[in-house]
Ligand binder design. Structure first.
Ligand code: NAD
Length: 434
């Protein structure tokens, strides 16, 4: 099939590449000239495991091309996917400017009937608005299908190639069948393609993120209560995770959720409900998360005092989670900003997110080229992202390099008793002895 994907960010680039991997001819469009030039040269503007190789392979086969020219991409394709950003707008509502511009741009370029598919996360009712925007610009026939994306950054290629489910929303049977056909190669093991009305499809994405963010805030709140009462969240997590109604996934305490989706999507849900249908639980989920991002800073100030002006801290991990370079709304931003305000110097290391971090902190912090370089002369190490390479470090070397053997573990990746034995002062989230 001939497909176009508009927006070559985390979602659009992965979707476009995976669509070409199954033999479709895909044109990926972006308004960002630099991004498109990089992609045309076979360079990937983001870090996503497995993606670079797949882009190269399909670009070499000329099944995957990159352009800034929306008109020709639309004219060449029968199905056009919208995967542009929907960032937080005023009052928490999703900003639909990019979606509207894209929909209108597609309409203006249309020379025949098209299927327009929304992959961006959009508020309930957006499919109707897209229909309106497109019909304002063209009298040619078209259909709109809602197709929310559930991939996880860090495992996006894997998730896209083997989705738990594909959700399609709309009422045009022919268009739905055409999009179904695109997805069939990805669900050969029997995972379902669910077809529903577009409002339910749009809502499914928000509901999924709402549930996941709720799980994180839930376990974080429990971890605070564990610390307060002398229980250990790790034991509690294992005990409740074995209950099949609860399950072991996504109940790991930490320094709060971040990234390009949960924070803005929770705010968008709160905005959607407005004053009429107040989203009480979502407001609490957000409040708990804001509090959680400050937990580690409180532990630092309890140990080192409020004035950190003569002190340097090493930070391992800047991205909002491992296996990505995405720094959008990362808890590390809140933690580091707070420590800087208290006068601290920061030496940070992240395996992939340093370039993104430089856009946020510029020269306000130092960036280490290697993990152990960040430790040199620091008063303590803070672990903010659970990259695999931080899980089994050389603790003797850490001890040698740090001024004082103190570790604040925001992701509970070390064992409190082991670290005590090794002579560390160890602080983690919601655990006994740490
Ligand atoms: P992103 O910011 O990485 O990429 C968006 C891209 O769209 C950018 O490259 C931008 O230049 C481009 N763009 C903006 N306006 C354009 C236009 N008019 N024409 C062409 N290109 C345009 O965003 P993302 O993380 O890929 O997210 C895209 C959407 O998917 C959002 O709605 C997001 O909520 C949703 N989503 C994201 C994820 C994720 O893990 N990142 C997962 C599921 C859903």
């Amino acid at each position: 099939m001939k497909l176009a994907v508009v927006g070559t960010g985390y979602v659009g680039l992965v979707a476009g590449t995976c669509f070409s991997e199954t033999g479709n001819d895909v044109v990926c469009v972006d308004i960002d000239k630099n991004k498109v030039e990089m992609l045309q040269q076979g360079k990937i503007p983001i870090y996503e495991p497995g993606l670079e190789e797949m882009v190269r392979r399909n670009a070499d086969e000329q099944r995957l091309i990159f352009t800034t020219d929306l008109d020709s991409a639309v004219q060449k394709s029968s199905i056009i996917f919208i995967a542009v950003g929907t960032p937080q707008g005023p009052n928490g509502h999703a900003n639909l400017d990019y979606v509207r511009d894209t929909a209108k741009g597609i309409a203006k370029a249309m020379d025949s009937s098209k299927v327009i598919v929304t992959k961006s996360t959009v508020p309930v009712g957006t499919a109707d608005r897209i229909r309106q925007w497109v019909s304002e610009e063209t009298s040619l026939p078209f259909a709109v299908v809602s197709n929310p994306e559930f991939m996880k950054e860090g495992a996006a290629v894997e998730d896209f190639m083997k989705p738990d489910r594909v959700v399609l929303g709309g009422d045009d049977a022919e268009a739905l069948d055409a999009v179904k056909e695109v997805y069939e190669p990805f669900v050969r093991t029997g995972n379902p393609i669910l077809v529903m009305d577009s409002r339910s499809a749009e809502m499914s994405k928000y509901a999924a993120n709402a549930m996941l963010a709720t799980k994180i805030s839930f376990i974080n709140e429990m971890s605070r209560l564990c610390e307060y009462t002398g229980a250990d969240i790790n034991e509690v997590r294992r005990a409740i995770g074995l209950d099949r109604r609860i399950g072991p996934h996504f109940i790991f305490p930490g320094v709060g959720y971040g990234g390009s989706c949960f924070p803005k999507d929770i705010r968008a849900i709160i905005g959607m409900g407005g004053d009429e249908e107040e989203m009480l639980l979502m407001k609490a989920v957000e409040r708990v998360n804001e509090l959680q991002k400050r937990i580690l800073v409180q532990k630092v100030s309890r140990r080192f005092g409020e004035n950190l002006s003569a002190k340097t801290f090493a930070v391992w991990g800047l991205a909002f989670k491992p296996r990505t370079d995405d720094m959008r709304d990362a808890p590390a931003i809140v933690v580091i900003d707070a420590l800087l305000r208290m006068g601290a110097r920061i030496q940070a290391f992240d395996p992939e997110a340093t370039d993104e971090a430089k856009k946020i902190f510029s020269d306000r912090i130092d960036y280490a080229a290697r993990s152990y370089d960040a430790l040199d002369g620091a008063s303590a190490l803070l672990v903010l992202t659970e990259w695999n390479e931080f899980r089994r470090p050389d603790f003797d070397r850490i001890k040698e390099l740090l001024k004082e053997p103190v570790i604040f573990d925001g992701r509970n990746i070390y064992d409190p008793l082991d670290l005590k034995k090794l002579g560390f002062e160890y602080f983690s989230i919601g655990r006994k002895n740490g």
